[in-house]
Design a binder for this molecule. Structure first.
Ligand code: GLN
Length: 518
């Protein structure tokens, strides 16, 4: 078996046992990135030299005795990495190199894991296809003409294409689970507060949560072990001790009761997706889980609530990008304009682009600098959200929209509480459809928003949810979503593990890659 075919846990064992060096593992994945990323376009920056350096140093240290870690990984490019470009998929952050690292990045690197690069995303994590990236879209490894989902599409595609054993994504309304579903990999959105958001570029702070994207449930547990737990640098991080999630990986689910919310299984869900999820429910039934239909009455309004609350928070969070502090500033050019639109795999320089604009004669005054920086730096979806958010927060509309959405959010949360008094966990499709063609929804924001129909309810309620591959429709992966009460990650991982032991969907590989897109 080739090194890139190994899961993160298998690689960790091989490294621990000294059967392979960190440098060999890092080279294997860098070769893979070289071979396929021109087609998949999952990476915004590949930190090849740094990874090689770290691998060599760790190999040297390991000569004196075993050291843990060494497994390579990738981060969605909205997680800050000290001295390494962090763009959040936006031209407005082009050239920004943070002076600090996100807690998740530090925790993984402190454990000896090796960063291979930063992955593409919809600008500021707003989108469901990566087509809103300010740089380029990412392709789905199962069909390069289709989207990988979003906004963590780069992370999901990189894992599905075997460019990294695992990656982190962030999920505000579905951005870990939806791309995991489209790319046929495992995605876990933890309970709000379980994983530190320190150093995550903020989109909607009451919803954002970081989590693992992996090839199987065992790896999801291993990665969660490393990133979960309180962080004094994040005041919203939960003061709960994270257990050892790998202990939850026992295939015993006999006697559990699961609900299937009819609101997430009705109109708008593709019949083949329904069929695959019903089959998955049947597999759980065979394992001793009692599955019943249930109801989350307010889930019908979840999209409406989300598209008021998330833009409201975004409009506030994005006020900081005015050209004064980070990245691009209208009128101040530092670097030359020419160059390819995206970096060569292996290169570490940020893609040039707005520098051309920046080199123009300076603005007439401060206001023009703010206005022009934002006009040129933000893409259309981000501007749409800022306008929507500013509108729903403005005097006169605040009560009618924002406050009502927050009240409805409480009702939805209560729906979940009621459901969990009877059911151990809930089952639904992760997405209403399989991956759609690139370009299909990009000019139709409302259609794009529907891609998160099934993932947004758990986000609004702050609940953990796991997406697992559960079969195929038209040759494309379908995702099964498991949702649980707050801090029930162990239960969800156990159910996911039991399901995985009975099925082989997670072992299927995307068709041979290597088709050059450009
Ligand atoms: N697609 C949703 C949006 O555009 C969710 C994004 C996310 O979870 N970051 O807002």
């Amino acid at each position: 078996m080739k090194l890139i075919d190994r899961t993160a846990s298998q690689l960790a064992t091989l490294l621990q046992d000294g059967e392979v060096t960190r440098s060999e593992v890092v080279e294997a994945f860098l070769d893979r990135i070289d071979a396929v990323d021109e087609s998949v376009a999952a990476f915004l920056h590949v930190t090849a030299d740094r990874a090689r350096r770290l691998a060599r140093a760790a190999d040297k240290a390991a000569e004196g005795g075993a050291t843990p870690g060494g497994v390579p990984f990738a981060l969605k490019d909205n997680m800050c990495t000290r001295g390494i470009p962090t763009t959040s998929g936006s031209r407005i952050l082009e050239g920004y190199r943070p002076p600090y690292s996100a807690t998740v990045a530090s925790r993984l690197e402190d454990a000896g894991f090796i960063l291979l690069g930063k992955t593409n995303l919809d600008e500021f994590a707003m989108g469901s296809s990566t087509e809103n990236s300010g740089y380029f879209p990412t392709a789905n490894p199962w069909d390069l003409r289709r989207v990988p989902g979003g906004s963590s599409g780069g992370s999901a595609a990189a894992v599905a294409a075997f460019e990294v054993p695992f990656a982190l994504g962030s999920d505000t309304g579905g951005s870990i689970r939806q791309p995991a579903s489209f790319c046929g990999v495992v995605g876990l959105k933890p309970t709000y507060g379980l994983v530190s958001r320190y150093g995550l570029v903020a989109f909607a702070s009451s919803l954002d949560q970081i989590g693992p994207i992996t090839r199987d449930v065992t790896d999801a547990a291993m990665v969660l072990n490393l990133i979960a737990g309180p962080d004094p640098l994040d005041s919203t991080s939960a003061r709960v001790r994270a257990p050892d999630y790998t202990q939850a990986l026992v295939p015993d689910v006999d006697g559990l009761v699961a609900g299937l919310p009819k609101e997430l299984f009705g109109e708008g869900i593709d019949p083949e997706v329904k069929a695959r999820v019903s089959e998955a429910a049947g597999v759980l039934g065979d394992l001793g889980v009692q599955v019943e239909e249930c109801s989350l009455p307010h889930a019908t309004y979840a999209l409406d609530m989300y598209y008021i609350i998330a833009p409201a928070e975004a409009s506030s969070n994005l006020a900081r990008y005015d050209g004064t502090r980070y990245g691009f500033r209208y009128g101040v050019g530092e670097s030359p304009a020419e160059g390819p639109a995206r970096p060569e795999p292996g290169g570490e320089d940020p893609p040039p682009g707005l520098a051309a604009e920046a080199a123009r004669p300076g603005p007439a005054d401060l206001l023009e600098m703010y206005v022009e920086t934002r006009r040129r730096g933000f893409g259309p979806e981000v501007k749409r959200r800022i306008m929507l958010g500013t509108y729903v927060l403005s005097a006169g509309y605040y009560d009618a929209y924002y406050l009502r959405a927050q009240k409805a959010r409480t009702l939805l949360r209560q729906d979940f509480e009621r459901a969990f008094s009877r059911y151990d966990f809930l089952i639904s499709p992760t997405c209403p459809t399989v991956a759609f063609p690139l370009g299909e929804k990009v000019d139709d924001p409302l259609q794009m928003y529907l891609a998160d129909l099934c993932t947004i309810p758990a986000s609004l309620a702050g609940l953990p949810a796991l997406s697992l591959p559960c079969g195929f429709s038209q040759g494309l992966p379908v995702g099964l979503q498991l949702m649980g009460p707050p801090f029930s990650e162990e239960l969800l991982l156990r159910v996911g593990f039991a399901y995985e032991q009975r099925t082989d969907h997670h072992t299927k590989r995307p068709p041979l890659l290597g088709v050059k897109r450009r």
